[in-house]
Design a protein around this ligand. Structure first.
Ligand code: BGC
Length: 370
């Protein structure tokens, strides 16, 4: 009997030793990247884009997808065609599919608030991508290009290339009209503020004259940032400009709006002789072609690869319960609180530097711009 007990004791001690040694080894061995990714696998991330109409959003979506799939996440992407109710349905569907984090370019914060808050209460993280989600607690972090600096860059380009200080010294004037973004998109207002920070003083002292007298944001916003609506608006305004006092500057908040204005200018008979300075944003292929052929003066290059990577690091951090890198805690108040943000820097592109910034960096191939 005694012998039997000691045999059993030996076996038990042997087993315990093996198990604990095994455990020890497993916890100490560093995990390989592929193994870590398998752990992440099964975690689903939803990516909600506003529309396919604006070229950049497909690039953004693709870049976010790639960055997250490398980390082992399953990614579901949807486009809402600028309809907040479509985006609500897409969010509800993603909820049913079990996503654990949503990356959202919101179409309309107001209309979507209830849904966003319902999702938030289920402990699903929400990353605001490019556009801040307004007046709610339902935002974990914000990844964007600095919209204030986009506005300042547009204003500064107009100031420098329109030679506004010289014009002022000579007691002359230039004409300007403003075509801003969608009023439901916080970016549109922030960009407007940045523009006015630079151009306000020239409007006040008459160096810049806006014939339509439409300089308040509410009067110059463009529904859905749409080319068609922008063209309609520009056609109406251009009627008040005659040949000897043609429009000198069309301050457009993005490339799609610039296309609409260019369409209207063409129809109105503007030529190389009196073509105005036209601004834009996004560095879309069509816009860069317009810059090369002189129809658009500048655009703002926002490398969607950089923003998507930043966003992916935020997603990874929230899903792993760590804190992502942020570089701004003060500037983006959504009406409820200051949202912790990562702001990327946009670059001004015009005919003098498009080759270096867009082609040499590999963002576009030379062929694409022909
Ligand atoms: C983005 C722009 C874009 C616009 C229209 C804005 O929120 O910041 O890059 O052109 O939406 O989709």
């Amino acid at each position: 009997m005694k012998r039997k007990i000691s045999v059993w004791l030996c076996i038990i001690i042997f087993v315990i030793t093996c198990v604990s040694c095994g455990n020890y080894e497993v916890t100490e061995m560093p995990m390989k990247k592929e193994e870590e990714n398998i752990v992440q696998a099964g975690k689903k991330v939803g990516v909600l884009m506003p529309t396919r109409e604006v070229e950049r959003w497909e690039d953004d979506a693709e870049n976010i997808r790639k960055a997250l799939e490398i980390e082992g996440y399953e990614v579901i992407v949807e486009f809402a065609e600028n309809n907040p109710y479509t985006q609500i349905t897409q969010m509800e569907d993603m909820l049913k599919k079990g996503v654990e984090c949503m990356v959202v370019v919101v179409v309309d914060s107001e209309i979507q608030r209830e849904t966003l808050e319902k999702i938030w209460k289920k402990n699903i993280d929400i990353i605001a991508y490019d556009r801040l989600i307004m007046n709610t607690e339902a935002v974990s972090y914000y990844a964007t290009f600095d919209n204030q600096s986009i506005g300042v860059a547009m204003g500064t380009y107009i100031k420098e290339h329109g030679k506004l200080d010289e014009v002022r010294m000579k007691d002359e004037h230039k004409t300007i009209e403003f075509f801003m973004g969608d009023a439901n998109d916080n970016n549109a207002f922030v960009i407007y503020q940045g523009i006015m920070e630079v151009l306000g003083e020239y409007l006040e002292d008459g160096t810049l004259i806006c014939k339509s007298m439409e300089t308040e944001f509410a009067d110059i916003s463009t529904r859905d940032w749409s080319r068609v609506f922008a063209k309609k608006e520009a056609a109406r305004i251009l009627e008040s400009y005659c040949e000897d006092d043609s429009l000198d500057i069309a301050c457009c908040a993005n490339d799609t709006i610039a296309y609409g204005i260019i369409d209207a200018l063409n129809e109105c008979g503007y030529t190389q002789e009196n073509w105005p300075l036209v601004t834009g944003q996004d560095a879309e292929i069509e816009a860069v072609k317009n810059i090369i052929n002189g129809k658009q003066s500048m655009t703002l290059y926002k490398d969607t690869r950089v923003l998507a990577d930043k966003c992916a690091t935020m997603v990874k951090a929230v899903l792993e319960g760590t804190i992502p890198e942020i570089n701004n805690e003060d500037e983006y108040n959504n009406g409820n609180f200051k949202v912790k943000s990562y702001l990327c820097t946009p670059i001004v592109v015009d005919k003098d530097n498009y080759r270096e910034i867009l082609i040499d960096s590999g963002y576009y191939g030379e062929e694409e711009l022909k």
